[in-house]
Design a protein around this ligand. Structure first.
Ligand code: M6R
Length: 612
């Protein structure tokens, strides 16, 4: 939430800041701003709304020979999304500017105190307090002033600070909000996320909580915020490239990412399973065989779409490994009475590795003695640095706010984990493991083949449904979480009210909603609960619900129930979630696109939820 970017070097700074912000816009897009140092002064530009509005404002300054600056794209927490509340914020003199991602929890008392001392505030934000607090502590040494100010702050922050009197210095710090430093030739960068750095450098340093960086042209220092101790931190080289975070001819990132799923799944499974033997190799889980055999319970913790992946994994792990699995929404897990100890393996699932609630959840479980495994897409993210073991999904950067390839690659990683646990604990017959392992690998080719056909059929189908007011999604067993995921996708990008239900649950309330105007998408593969689901579909039909069915190729009974059937090839039933997700994603995408919605940047949302 909120993206910050900063640069100190020798090149013109405005294009670098704008490109960085463009690549971070998925983090928040209700306003944007930047500041650069030029001829002894800090020049600040801000605009309400999308980055395009800021670009119009700074258009004339693109070529300005300034090579120090910071920028920000905002997702509002404190204060409405107005130009006045847009970052960067300044102190009273206008000589010190701050960009911030996070929440300063004690901003109210600090603001009262600073106002009493004569500071004049111009915005309603918590961030502006930081600018005035640093000003208040400033006595010729910016680094000391930032440290002193941060010692008084409660909450989360990733910040960038510039001071007109130190024109070639950028000070950055983090606590509970992500911040990565880029190291280039005669240049240093900061950014909330890696895609902003990719056009310039792939050499990065991940700052940890309560660390700060002092950046100058081609040199930097990293310090502890608390006592100013200098730190040596390793430089990591990122294997993503700049093109991976581009649309590559697709209308939206979401559509591109839907079509990237075969490759993303392949990247997740590659090198981790031997197709000839079915042997799964996952040394990165960070647990030896003895430790795996001692696990008594698994706690899966995640938010949003990642939580849906966790719900699918519960079916798989309990069936094939026999370990009881609890699945929690992280914002509940972090505050509820936790019965977790060293006999429990806690697994966090997160695309970004920065989701505040999920992070807090694993920290709490870890403090109670649980081992932490994370399934994550972003290399070097906070979650991966705090976990005992990591399974990277390697899906590549996901930019669309609606999660697609991250989800199916999480499913692939969780299925691999299931096979691995079954192998170590000897709960899964080797022949079955081999069959499932090969089937998982072949999902990539299968999805690749099905995607164009499905998109064509769905484009036609949605003409009947794109103006619906509500939508229900239903499924059973391992496909019930896919119904939840389908509903989430549709509501977040098209703003159609949508709910997912276990098909068997309809009679306990939701069936009251069904009439001739209610579209219901039912997932009806030929699996062991097929007949039960078909009965539920008949009940919907009897009440005149508008049925869209997704089922197994050749199942003609479905066509007798409705003319709107999407057929998918038959796969091993446990793998249906990977396949049935695809039409649900495409349906949401095509409906949102048809309604003219802002698919990649839906209202009120941000990609990385780094505040609770
Ligand atoms: O980065 P994470 O996987 O931890 O993010 C979790 C959710 O915020 C995320 O999945 C969200 O629900 C997506 N917008 C769904 O498309």
């Amino acid at each position: 939430m909120c993206g910050i970017v900063g640069y100190v070097g020798t090149r013109r700074v405005v294009p670098i800041l704008l490109e960085g912000l463009r690549r971070l816009e998925y983090r928040g897009y209700d306003s944007a701003g930047l500041v650069y140092y030029f001829e002894g002064k800090l020049e600040r530009y801000r605009a309400k709304g999308k980055l395009a509005n800021l670009e119009t404002v700074v258009d004339d300054y693109i070529g300005t020979a300034s090579s120090t600056g910071i920028g920000h794209t905002r997702w509002a927490t404190h204060g409405a999304p107005t130009e006045l509340n847009a970052h960067p914020h300044t102190d009273c003199s206008g000589e010190l500017v701050v960009v911030h991602n996070g929440i300063i929890e004690n901003y109210h008392s600090l603001r009262t105190e600073l106002t009493a001392k004569g500071h004049i505030f111009a915005s309603e934000t918590d961030t502006e307090v930081l600018a005035h607090l640093i000003e208040d502590c400033l006595d010729g040494d910016l680094v000391a002033a930032v440290r002193e100010a941060l010692a008084r702050v409660d909450g989360s922050y990733a910040i960038g600070v510039l001071w007109a009197k130190e024109p070639e210095m950028l000070v950055a710090a983090r606590n509970h909000s992500p911040l990565v430093m880029g190291v280039g030739e005669n240049a240093c960068y900061i950014a909330s996320d890696i895609p902003a750095l990719l056009p310039y450098t792939r050499d990065v340093i991940f700052l940890d909580d309560m660390e700060m960086a002092v950046l100058k042209k081609g040199e930097y220092e990293i310090l502890q915020v608390e006592d100013g101790t200098a730190l040596e931190k390793p430089i990591s080289t990122i294997d993503w490239n700049a093109g991976m975070a581009e649309k590559a001819g697709f209308k939206h990132f979401m559509l591109k990412e839907i079509f990237e799923q075969p490759q993303a799944i392949l990247n997740t499974v590659s090198g981790r399973i031997v197709p000839e033997t079915g042997i799964v190799e996952l040394p990165e889980v960070g647990l030896d065989d003895q430790a795996i055999k001692k696990i008594e319970r698994i706690a899966l913790v995640a938010c949003g779409t990642s939580w849906h992946a966790a719900l699918v994994a519960k079916y798989w792990i309990e069936k094939w490994v026999g370990i009881p699995v609890e699945v929690d929404i992280a914002s509940e897990f972090r505050y509820r009475h936790l019965l977790v100890d060293d006999r429990v393996l806690t697994i966090s699932i997160s695309q970004s590795g920065e989701t505040a609630d999920t992070l807090a959840g694993i920290r709490r479980a870890g403090a109670k003695g649980s081992r932490i495994l994370t399934i994550c897409n972003v290399v070097g993210s906070t979650m991966t640095r705090e976990a005992d073991g990591i399974i990277y999904t390697h899906a590549g950067p996901e930019i669309g706010v609606a999660s697609t390839k991250a989800f199916t690659s999480q499913l692939a990683a969780l299925f691999l984990l299931t096979l691995y646990l079954g192998q170590v604990r000897e709960t899964m017959d080797a022949a079955i493991r081999k069959e499932y392992g090969s089937a998982l690998i072949s999902m990539c080719g299968l999805i690749e083949e099905e995607l164009p056909r499905l998109q064509g059929e769905i484009r036609t189908l949605i003409e009947k449904y794109y103006d619906a007011r509500d939508f229900l999604f239903v499924g059973r067993g391992v496909n019930f979480p896919i119904a939840l995921e389908g509903a989430l996708k549709l509501k977040e990008i098209s703003y159609i009210h949508a709910e997912g239900y276990a098909a068997g649950e309809l009679k306990h309330g939701p069936i009251a909603l069904i009439d001739k105007d209610m579209p219901v998408l039912a997932l009806v593969p030929k699996d062991d609960v097929y007949q039960k689901t078909v009965s539920n579909v008949e009940e919907i039909k009897a009440r005149q619900g508008r049925l869209v069915l997704i089922g197994t190729a050749g199942d003609e009974h479905l066509s007798s129930l409705t003319e709107d059937v999407l057929y998918l090839p038959e796969v091993l039933p446990d793998l249906n979630p990977l396949l049935y997700t695809i039409p649900a994603q495409l349906l949401s995408y095509e409906i949102a696109n048809r309604r003219g919605c802002d698919v990649d940047q839906p209202r009120n949302l941000a990609k990385s939820v780094t505040v609770e």
